[in-house]
Design a protein around this ligand. Structure first.
Ligand code: GLC
Ligand code: GLC
Length: 798
């Protein structure tokens, strides 16, 4: 619940779960789209606007001479009370002014292509009130990019229709579009406007529309320029009386032959039947309850009781919720991603999966197949694909040599969660060409061997255009400011090697070997194991700097991330992956490397990516050295990779330190420093400014980031230590010593595991006894138990 509308930055939420989505800020800003934020944008939004977050779904209330908005914006009349509740796929904003209360509940019913806004007005005063209510949305002319750039055309194309209380947006409907949008209210209206200039006035902002000032609309009909939809309602309220109205912003697709009712008049039947579905408060409330049940059901799959409210809130609610939002949006639409830029990342989407596979395994399976279908026979793949076509994006291309390996992570995570090995036999195309389909297992094999077949001079993996760190561009020597670091690879990529991919390969190579043995491919497993062992050796021989793992070898074969370097002496990624891979653990390398992380990379707000940050441009390193020191990939706290260190710490049993790192970046632990942190204290962000930045601790790019899934994975599977495995749940916590234990309820393969972990001797790691339904087990692998039942699992650490 937000109690001051002037948050340090707009704090947003997402509505919608399948095809239809809205972004909505705590003051009613934001926009709506169907499936694709670029190609099917319903309402307009101006990013990086002045003031920030101007434009959204607004209501204006005129009460005598006072004009105000329930969410404070856009009018910004000080309110007597304000609150905004962001919940699971819904937002409820309440404002109170001069004894009138206005509550706006926004949500998208399940399986529905429309957003509901239930508006409740209450007169708390002792006198009768005569209110004037104006709604406002601004249509986008569908293609959000074209809408913001192509004014010579777009100012002439806008078209609307108005019938009863429904305003229809039908730009381009007569030609190649079979879709329109509408905005309705379930009451007779006393007027409307659909032309922006008429409603607002050419020289006004959203805060002071002419129509509202005048106290009446003009019933304008938009012809070109900027079509909007604004309803006007006169509402009288006796003392203590309430009125509830249902507004709907909907999207309709019609068959070619069904487009028209009569000449130039669109077929409104589909819209009217959508409106009818929710034309009463009872129907709306029922759909809202169903949405709540849907979320309860998703979140019930995994929940904990740790005794710390902040941890419980992250694990049980917000982290899982963010993982689902990231599944829906990938990196496309947030208040930092414009919805017109990026497709779905190959590596991003595979990694995101580990955050939601337990909630929606079927959709996870579909996602894995979509991703794998963009791979090539040699294991390489397109770096991104487009959600509408599901085809690889050739403008960006491939050759990011970490990409293929993430497919092993997502696939094994899926099988461990579900036990569904049939995925491995599914025929999956290469490069979306069905005639080139092979079994999904062959895709994994191609991923594994893509590394084996692309080794460099030290027998370490060639980095290609970049590895996970998109900005470590070792084969791109760029002097042209108009060139993208992401797509320029003007050097032959035959020397630059990555220790991050090396560690990654050992971790997922071992997974691959385990999977092969699990399905009886012993020979394949043995062979692969040989390659993994060679990689371990290569890292020990050429990847160790004395106190930490090197980061890479550059194009000239020189070390990166070495004490020898003047800047960028140590990097987080290779410390994370080589620790997770337990390279040289017996020789103390893991412990040493992680101690070096503590010493050189850790700071008050999290672990920075590299240190010292680069202070000048290194042409042979690429984009990483273009960022000012302390930001983004140049010494920022790039939250996505902090969990790799947390997991690394659990490999050597240091639960206190793993948890300390967890709490440093977990949003619920940062609430008190919101003024500095700036972005939402309920979701992870991509980056927090690092120790060398101008303002350490200030965060950016909230919501859409691999950070959500990796932190969820680290806390649930490595710190709390409940890991799905092929044959059951393995329970191996690594927690702070002073914890007495914790409880987790985990639904797994149809059964419910009520897990209680006790820590009587106050250790960080080690399981002394495992009890299942009162029976002592021989190991901490809890077997698959009878479906449909609850089972008691007791773990005694020590
Ligand atoms: C961005 C990208 C991700 C990349 C990371 C580090 O978050 O989405 O693919 O790994 O930056 O550069
Ligand atoms: C920039 C960003 C990086 C992102 C990449 C692709 O390089 O710094 O985080 O992954 O763009 O969008």
């Amino acid at each position: 619940m937000i109690t001051d509308p002037k948050t340090p930055y707009p704090w947003i939420n997402y509505l919608g779960n399948e095809d239809f989505f809205s972004l909505t800020s705590n003051t009613g800003g934001g926009y709506t789209f169907y499936k694709d934020a670029k190609f099917r944008r319903l309402t307009r939004y101006r990013y990086n606007n002045v003031p920030v977050d101007d434009g959204g779904k607004y209501f204006y209330i005129k009460d005598g001479d006072t004009v105000w908005s329930p969410g404070w914006k856009p009018v910004k009349t000080p309110l007597d009370h304000y609150e905004c509740r962001h919940g699971m796929s819904y937002t409820r904003i309440k404002g109170l002014k001069n004894e009138v209360e206005a509550e706006v509940l926004q949500f998208i019913p399940l399986g529905f292509w429309g957003e509901i806004q239930k508006v409740k007005l209450t007169n708390h005063g002792s006198e009768k009130k005569s209110l004037k209510l104006f709604s406002l949305i601004e249509w986008c002319l569908w293609n959000a990019e074209d809408d913001m750039t192509n004014f010579q055309r777009n100012f002439s194309t806008g078209e609307v229709e108005i019938k009863d209380s429904v305003i229809y947006h039908k730009t381009e409907f007569k030609e190649r579009r079979n879709h329109y949008a509408f905005y309705s209210v379930n009451q007779p209206i006393q007027g409307y406007d659909t032309d922006r200039e008429t409603f607002i006035g050419l020289y006004n902002g959203f805060d002071s529309p002419d129509a509202v000032a005048a106290g009446h609309p003009s019933n304008s009909v938009a012809h070109g320029w900027s079509p909007i939809a604004s309803h006007y309602l006169e509402i009288d309220l006796e003392p203590d009386e309430s009125r509830e109205l249902v507004f709907m912003l909907g999207y309709v697709e019609v068959e070619e032959s069904e487009k028209w009712e009569s000449k130039a008049v669109i077929n409104k039947r589909p819209a009217l039947s959508m409106i009818e579905k929710f034309n009463s408060v009872e129907k709306v409330d029922k759909a809202f309850t169903e949405l709540g049940e849907y979320w309860d059901d998703l979140l019930d799959t995994l929940s904990i009781d740790s005794g710390d409210d902040r941890l419980d809130r992250m694990v049980n609610i917000w982290n899982q919720y963010q993982c689902m939002v990231t599944f829906n949006m990938s990196r496309s639409a947030s208040f930092f991603e414009s919805g017109i830029g990026r497709g779905m990342g190959f590596r991003d989407s595979n990694q995101d999966l580990i955050g939601f596979v337990h909630q929606i395994p079927d959709r996870a399976r579909e996602r894995i197949v979509d991703i794998a279908s963009t791979q090539f026979e040699d294991g390489s793949c397109y770096h991104q694909y487009q959600p509408l076509t599901k085809k690889g994006n050739s403008a960006i291309g491939g050759d990011f040599n970490d990409d293929p390996l993430w497919l092993i992570l997502s696939t094994t995570a899926y099988i461990k969660e579900t036990g569904d090995f049939s995925l491995l036999d599914e025929m999956v195309p290469f490069d979306n060409d069905v005639s080139r389909a092979k079994s999904h297992f062959e895709h994994l094999k191609a991923s594994f061997y893509h590394v084996v077949n692309n080794l460099g001079p030290h027998a370490l993996p060639l980095i290609g255009r970049a590895d996970w760190n998109d900005c470590l561009n070792l084969n791109c020597f760029s002097t042209d400011p108009n060139e993208s670091f992401q797509t320029t690879g003007n050097k032959k990529g035959e020397t630059a090697e990555s220790l991050m991919i090396a560690g990654l390969f050992v971790v997922y190579g071992k997974e691959y070997v385990k999977l092969c043995r699990q399905i009886g491919k012993e020979k394949e497993g043995d062979e692969a194991e040989g390659h993994v062992e060679q990689m371990v050796q290569a890292i020990k021989d050429h990847g160790w700097d004395g106190d930490w793992y090197l980061r890479a070898y550059d194009y000239y074969g020189k070390k990166i991330g070495s004490d020898e370097n003047e800047e960028g002496k140590i990097f987080i990624e290779s410390q994370g992956w080589c620790s997770m891979a337990e390279i040289g653990k017996e020789e103390g390398m893991v412990e040493k490397a992680l101690d070096s992380v503590k010493e050189h990379l850790d700071c008050e707000y999290g672990i920075v990516l590299n240190s010292p940050a680069f202070s000048k441009y290194y042409i042979e390193y690429g984009e990483i050295s273009t960022y000012p020191a302390g930001y983004k990939e140049n010494g920022g706290i790039f939250c996505h990779n902090n969990p790799w260190i947390m997991i690394g710490e659990t490999m050597i049993g240091r639960g206190d330190r793993a948890y300390e790192y967890y709490t440093k970046i977990a949003p619920s632990f940062l609430e008190e420093i919101s003024d500095l942190h700036k972005v939402e204290p309920y979701v992870y962000c991509q980056m927090i400014a690092g120790k060398e930045a101008f303002k350490p601790g200030e965060a950016k790019n909230s919501w859409l980031s691999g950070t959500a899934s990796w932190n969820f994975y680290a806390i649930t599977q490595y710190i709390l230590g409940v890991q799905p495995d092929y044959e059951g749940l393995r329970i191996d916590p690594c927690i702070p010593k002073d914890w007495d234990g914790f409880k987790m309820t985990r639904k797994f393969r149809g059964a419910t595991y009520k897990i209680e972990v006790q820590n009587p001797s106050h250790v960080s790691k080690g399981v002394r006894e495992t009890w299942v339904n009162g029976e002592k087990m021989s190991s901490n692998l809890v077997p698959l138990l009878e479906k449909g039942k609850q089972h008691r699992v007791k773990i005694i650490m020590g």
